[in-house]
Design a protein around this ligand. Structure first.
Ligand code: TYD
Length: 198
């Protein structure tokens, strides 16, 4: 099973990814936990470029994310799935569709095409979108912001809307979770969905 978590910055997806990993491991399952951008040595270097670089063109940004993702799929995700492990990833290609495809206006179709090439067509079995109003996400983040997070409210709004559009476009794969609920309740919804849906 390949599961991903998505949402705007501050939506709590890292917490939910961790809670799911802990729950699956408690059941005795072999789980590989990873994150994007990052998760490999190349990915961590690309992450650094992406989060602290200045003046990146939108397509440079999109292709760097795709390069890191290609490496992660090849090095971590496919081998784990091949040996029968579950993979839980904090962000995956929907982040590129939302942030680069819609946020940067590169077009969802073109960014999806790029990412399907980069990943050899590997889509998650299930994706949880942690849905949180932009202002609440900003409040939870406090003062902490990297380059992409510092782009302001309008960009964040666009990304939030983009995620909802993606959830509507891929209704079988993407499950919306109300991220204003207490974290334990969200985790329970996630686990129930995976039990019933798999
Ligand atoms: P992340 O490390 O998940 O930040 P956080 O832990 O704050 O959620 O992601 C870093 C930033 O990179 C985040 O603003 C979203 C952005 N991003 C993209 O724009 N495209 C992508 O494909 C990915 C994976 C992330």
């Amino acid at each position: 099973m390949f599961v991903t978590f998505e949402g705007v910055d501050g939506s709590g997806k890292s917490t939910q990814a961790r809670l799911l990993v802990e729950a699956l491991r408690a059941e005795g399952r072999d789980v590989v936990a990873t994150r994007e951008p990052g998760g490999t040595e190349l990915g961590e270097r690309v992450r650094d470029l992406l989060l602290h670089g200045n003046g990146l063109s939108p397509w440079a940004e999109a292709t760097l994310f795709a390069a890191a993702r290609a490496q992660l799929v090849e090095e971590v995700i496919r081998p784990a799935l091949a040996r029968g492990a579950d993979v839980v990833c904090d962000r995956y290609l929907d982040s590129s569709l939302a942030y680069q495809g819609i946020g940067r206006e590169l077009g969802v179709d073109r960014v999806l095409e790029l990412n399907l090439v980069a990943t050899g067509g590997l889509l998650p079995d299930r994706t949880f979108l942690l849905d949180l109003p932009v202002d609440e996400a900003a409040r939870r983040r406090g003062g902490d912001s990297d380059r992409l997070e510092a782009e302001g409210r309008e960009f964040a709004e666009r990304v939030g809307i983009a995620y909802r559009e993606l959830a509507a476009a891929f209704p079988r794969r993407i499950v919306r979770v109300d991220a204003t609920r207490p974290p334990e309740e969200q985790a329970e919804i996630v686990r129930a969905e995976l039990r019933d849906g798999s």
